[in-house]
Every structure is written in structure tokens, then in C-alpha cells.
Ligand binder design. Sequence first.
Ligand code: NI
Ligand code: MN
Length: 229
Amino acid sequence: MRITYYSHSCFLVEAGEYRLLFDPFLTGNPLAPVTSNDIRCHYILCSHAHDDHVGDTLQIAKANAATVIAPFELADYLAGQGAKTIDLMLGGGRDLPFGRVQLTPAFHSSSFERSGGNNLAMGVASGLLVTIDGEKIYHAGDTALFSDMHLIGRKGLDVALLPIGDHYTMGIDDAVLALDYLCPTLAIPMHYGTNHKIEVDPHLFAAKAAEAGHRVTVLRPGECTDLVQ
Ligand code: NI
Ligand code: MN
């Protein structure tokens, strides 16, 4: 299985014939190493409705005839825009040809930003727990630290994708505490460096995590890592 980082919270996971794209914020993302036209995928997983997570979802979904998996209200909205969707709700999951997707709680909000502060509420924010190729990947979405992460960790995680940028999500120190709950074989930091409010050093996270006994790989935008079972 291969995990490629496209910066912010966007990852491509490839296993066998399947390609899963997470939170595809590419257009307007200063660190994105690819454009939406470069993407080939079968599924798009959206943790919540904020622009820096839904991003290019509609365009990529239509160009690839890909299925979008998202929390209920967001999925419903995207379906109304012509996307093929699977609507899930926190705690709920679905078996799919490549494995399984389950939504997990996230302490955050979910809305479309509209001018004048007239944001359009889009239900709850989520994390994404994916089983593919015998591996369990937890994409935390945008979230604060919460102790029920230990319940997610009890499922036996191979990879945890964790926000570290502070300001809108966990910062570095809380993300290290999250690792104590999640105990993944490998953690990869996300949600940093794309704007001045979330400018943190991912290598500081890696160093603090290592001190606490956790393994972290920092991926540069466009870089990938292969997981061998
Ligand atoms: Ni957000
Ligand atoms: Mn975000």
C-alpha cells in the first residue's frame, strides 16, 4: 500500500486496483504539488465541509466517476450537485469493494464559508477510519484532542494521519498526546504550513513523538511512503 501526501490534509492511498483520495484541497492550496486534473481515483473521502477539505471534490468526483464518502449533510449536498455519494454518520461504517470506511467523531465544525459570515451549516465534522489491504488508516480530519481516541486506537491502527497545525485543530503537544491514545504503528502529520495561522514545524512533532515512543514520518508535499505488511 502506498500513501502519497498532497499537503494540508490531502492524501492519496493506493492499494491493489483501488485509489482513495482524502480531503482534496488542491486549488488555492499554495503547497499542492498536483492539480485536480492530475488526480485519478475511485473514492473521495471528505472529513467535513470546510473549503480546505472539500476543495476540488466535485470536479474530481465528476471527472473520475468517483464515489464521495462524507458525513450525511455534506454527502446530501454533494449528491444535489451531481456527485455519486455514500452518506455516513458518526460511528457508522460501510463495507466496500476495497475494505471498509467508518466515520469517527471529530471535535470541530462543518460549514461552507459564505461572504458576510453567512456560513451554511453542513452537519458535523468527522474523522475517517479506513480498512484497506489489511491495513487500518485513521485520518483524524480537523479535531481537538479527545480521550475517546483510545477507543479508535483499540482497533489496532497501522497509520494515523493527525493534524498538528494548532489554531483550528490540535497543535503539536496535543497531537503527541493523541498518539498515546491511538498507538499507531506509524503517524504522519497534516494540516500545517499552508497558511500563516498554522505554520508549525512537523519535525518538532516528530521529535516530541519519538521522545514519547512513537514513530512519525514527515512527508513533503508530493512525497509518498510504502507500507509493507
Ligand atoms: Ni475545518
Ligand atoms: Mn481545516
